[in-house]
Design a protein. Sequence first.
Length: 368
Amino acid sequence: MKIESIRFGMLRVPLKTPFKTALRTVECIEDVVLMVETDTGHTGYGSAPATAVITGETHGSIIEAVSKFIAPTVIGRDIANLNQLTNRIQQCIVRNFSAKAAVEIALYDLFGQLYGAPLYRLLGGGDNVITTDITISVDYIDKMVADAREAVDNGFETLKVKVGKDPALDIERIKAIFAAVGDRALVRLDANQGWTPKQAVSVLRELEDSGVRLELVEQPVVGEDIEGMKYVTDRVHTPVMADESSFGPREAIELITGRAADIINIKLMKTGGLSNAVRIADISGVYGIECMIGCMLESSIGVAAAAHVAAAKSTVITKVDLDTPSLGEYDPVSSGVRFNDAEIVITDAPGLGITAVEGLEPLDLECR
């Protein structure tokens, strides 16, 4: 099974409600979708959103990186040599993590199709059912409380609450949500780099002292501030998780060995795809550190790939944040992964099992 061509498309899915964080507000999922075609007639699907505030990538840069740099290194090569292919992808251009991830997702999809097995089994196997949290966007307190109650009523047992806009108001938001649903659901915080180290310590100590039990706090300070992450981790009881501070294996090792974080958040769009995601999980396992698998605001193509990684590495990836399919008005992707609110079920379909992508807009670009 050799790669013959790569075609491009755009996929847009409106959100049920705007997605608000300390960094941005988004109203629609917009992905570049790749279709990697082989000489055997198989098609592997990959995708990537533009998340400029995190990865620095736009739709244009993703398309340029794939068409000009990544495609020439993989076209004509055999899918069976997957490790060689992923190494070529990672070496042909620096950074451009989401572009690399889109191609890797498609190649892993084809790898599963080649051997007639769902991807998670080729990654080591595991339970085919996993459970995700759901995100509560930052908003007025009453709206956040209402959203939290609705999520719990819909079967979600873990809420990831977005904060980081205003420390004093954040405390009020979290106390109100915990009072409303804390006896029925776990509460995680995601500050999206919104606090200073001292603000983070002050907020978390206030919450701890007032009896608010948090499962974790995600990225309380600016991603590059590893010393700030350690400052917070050393001074609070709440477990601290690194997100924007950790892209690839090197950052994960630095955070773990420096005791700057208690948990590592793995996202394919930050790691550059599945190959490094698996490496980070394995590294974390060696050190006895838990991981979360997360996603950007992206289509269920990439989220399905992340679900396969989560299932295969569940001894280390103990927390799942793959809620984007639940945030969209609909899911245009028919795949081997079923997103049923909090429950994610992986079927026996080979690879990612993608059979259709409704509403995909083809781009006038093909690499051969």
